[in-house]
Design a protein around this ligand. Structure first.
Ligand SMILES: N[C@@H](CCC(=O)N[C@@H](CS)C(=O)NCC(=O)O)C(=O)O
Length: 79
């Protein structure tokens, strides 16, 4: 899976931490800080913010969607 990410973004860090906890491997795509230069993020998700996670056919554009998705699909520990 692929994570569009900004190191300084707290929402991205939440997602990275969860991916690590779940021991999932992923490709990290570091996006420019300037949102107008994130054409790839827009092409993938139709909006400009990160985090964006792409897992096969599934695209999620918000950490509030990504975290429950990861837990449901890959998690073993109830939260
Ligand atoms: N997914 C969050 C927003 C995520 C968010 O704000 N990401 C920031 C980085 S932490 C971002 O991409 N900002 C782009 C910008 O404001 O130019 C939401 O919709 O509530």
């Amino acid at each position: 899976m692929k994570l569009y990410d900004l190191d300084a973004c707290p929402y991205c860090k939440m997602v990275r931490d969860r991916l690590d906890e779940l021991k999932l491997s992923y490709e990290k795509v570091s996006v420019p800080r300037d949102r107008s230069q994130r054409q790839e993020v827009f092409d993938v998700s139709g909006q400009w913010t990160v985090p964006v996670l792409v897992d096969g056919d599934v695209m999620l554009d918000d950490e509030e969607k990504i975290l429950p998705y990861l837990d449901q699909k890959y998690g073993t520990v109830a939260r």
